[in-house]
Design a protein around this ligand. Sequence first.
Ligand SMILES: C[S@@+](CC[C@H](N)C(=O)[O-])C[C@H]1O[C@@H](n2cnc3c(N)ncnc32)[C@H](O)[C@@H]1O
Length: 232
Amino acid sequence: MGNEVQTTQDGSHTLLSEKFGVTYHSKYGAIQESIHVFIEAGLRYRVDQIRDKSQASTLSILEVGLGTGLNVYLSLLESISPSTDYNINYTSLETSPISNKIIEQLNYHEQLKQADSKLFQAIHSCEWGNFQQLAPNFELKKVKQSLESFETTDKFDLIFFDAFAPESQPELWETPIFQKMYNCLNDGGVLTTYCAKGQVKRNMKSVGFEVEGIPGPPGKREMTRALRSFLV
Ligand SMILES: C[S@@+](CC[C@H](N)C(=O)[O-])C[C@H]1O[C@@H](n2cnc3c(N)ncnc32)[C@H](O)[C@@H]1O
């Protein structure tokens, strides 16, 4: 058995989790969803904010749930685009890495019209636990650890909160987790997630986040962006 590869409506693959019986991405389009929620509403939004404030040229990202590596891959491709003038340090947590057999089947490089799968493969083949340089301005640290047990003194500019939904993993959407997320963000830092549940937004607000419901990807009315305000 194990996780099963499925094709979503934009043609890109997702996985059906054997453990939770849910997919890793929206059935309407895995790539479409990841670009909307994490790249456009997260990465590009934060880069624009940093530009406005003429801040540091290195963006530090924490991802909850490496999974297929799609969010890493999209961020890596963004970093090698000729118009990109910043560096990315990307830390991704994962408790259950996917198998090589699954990695080989995923069609992301084809769907994203990349010449080959080398960069995508590099995400999965690189060592765990230390930063690895995958491109001139992109470093990845994969951490084989749960979010609950992850302790860090690092500060991040952006959090890609991509755990399974509250129905599958309620403990990851509670106040103590969002307090931890808030504490490890820089002032002005941003957390994005596909989830738009009222209770989740209230939990975020209760620890100090400014919470916005913004339009979601196709098939989903809303998603959430949470901000740690700049100190005034
Ligand atoms: C919704 S999937 C998304 C994965 C990934 N971002 C992607 O695009 O494929 C959630 C991921 O979180 C991982 N996960 C589950 N529980 C976790 C935990 N407690 N800490 C860190 N990661 C966890 C799962 O194994 C799975 O890979």
